[in-house]
Design a protein around this ligand. Structure first.
Ligand SMILES: Cc1cc2nc3c(=O)[nH]c(=O)nc-3n(C[C@H](O)[C@H](O)[C@H](O)COP(=O)(O)O)c2cc1C
Length: 330
């Protein structure tokens, strides 16, 4: 069991936010799976994302690698809130000791007003009954497939106003667990900038207001897909278009991403190690995501410094059986 903010994740294995955690049936299957310690939704926005035929995924034939051109979920945040409400209330009414498995709602916003609306809606559900308190939020800063919009996590200091909205929500209710989904970084100064910015976030208010030296951000999830990647149709299963995905370029994940994801986890783990023992950041949990396609790969993530491990590509190929595989039981 790993405690992240106010959430207990047991086992410390989860799905990464993805297209296969998009609708009610998929979320219910993840919730019912005994091998996941939490369910992470696909990234939701207030209005839903305008999805079309150019948004898709292809699987490589030579390794467990995916290339996807998806943006965010076409379903609105309000839809996710009502699906989660129905899954948790059904679990409560049908079991003597209902599952305490947390939901983590992946969300994103570029404007502070939108982030306010998102957090208010999530907090309204969490406040409704104790069964809904076990809901956290993951801010996706790293989708590489949004036309005309760079992944915000690559200009991390610009995120401060939106991060402040999340931090204020945590100061008002420090049972709200907040995570950040980060893009794959490729040089040291990028990791340092994330830490510097987060340090500034915790010291932007007095110690009394922050309460007990805990940081508002409970975890970082490393990493999202690596953008601007290209595969040709003969490299993937069943594509008949000139490129593996209609947009030509997409985010690569799975085995191909694994060494970079390990390096990202390792880099954050080293920064955490170097952090002063009194630092509010000291308790930051690292969720290792990227090419976790076998029990051995999950173990490598833990060796690199992850306390929790997540998977999307293997889950996309195998369904929830992926988590049995990653637990070493297949
Ligand atoms: C088809 C697909 C859809 C994805 N959608 C999201 C998403 O909505 N939000 C998000 O934060 N990450 C999304 N991701 C990225 C995954 O969460 C994960 O970070 C990435 O795929 C690396 O993990 P993997 O190697 O296990 O696939 C998606 C990945 C795939 C393959």
């Amino acid at each position: 069991m790993v405690k992240v903010g106010s959430l207990n994740i047991s086992p410390p294995l989860l799905n990464a936010a993805c297209a296969w955690a998009s609708d009610l049936d998929q979320l219910q299957a993840l919730f019912d799976c005994p091998y996941t310690g939490a369910v992470v939704t696909r990234t939701a926005t207030i209005e839903g994302f305008a999805e079309d035929a150019s948004h898709t995924v292809a699987f490589a034939t030579s390794s467990t690698t995916s290339l996807n051109s998806y943006g965010y979920s076409p379903h609105r945040l309000s839809q996710y809130l009502s699906w989660i409400e129905s899954i948790l209330s059904l679990a409560k009414s049908t079991a003597n000791s209902p599952s305490k498995k947390p939901f983590i709602i992946s969300i994103t916003a570029t404007q502070t007003d939108d982030m306010h609306s998102i957090v208010d809606a999530i907090q309204a559900l969490r406040a409704q009954a104790p069964v809904y308190a076990n809901i956290g939020v993951e801010f996706n800063t790293s989708c590489p497939n949004i036309r005309g919009s760079a992944p915000s996590g690559y200009a991390f200091t610009d995120l401060v106003p939106v991060l402040d909205v999340l931090a204020d929500a945590w100061r008002a209710d420090n049972t709200l667990t907040i995570g950040l989904k980060l893009p794959p970084y490729v040089y040291g100064a990028q990791f340092a900038q994330v830490f510097e910015t987060l340090r500034g976030l915790s010291t932007s208010r007095s110690a009394e207001e922050d309460g007990s030296g805990i940081h508002p951000i409970a975890y970082v999830a490393c990493t999202n897909t690596l953008g601007n990647a290209l595969l040709f149709p003969e490299q993937v299963e069943g594509a008949s278009t000139p490129f593996a995905v209609p947009t030509a370029l997409g985010g690569v994940a799975g085995d191909t991403l694994h060494p970079l994801a390990l390096g990202n986890v390792y880099s954050f783990a080293r920064l955490l190690e170097a952090e002063d023992s009194t630092s509010a950041l000291k308790n930051l949990v690292i969720v290792g995501i990227g090419g976790v396609t076998s029990a051995e790969a999950a173990e490598r993530m833990r060796r690199a410094g992850a306390s929790i491990v997540g998977s999307a590509t293997l889950f996309g190929g195998e369904g929830v059986r992926a988590f049995k595989i990653l637990s070493g039981e297949v």
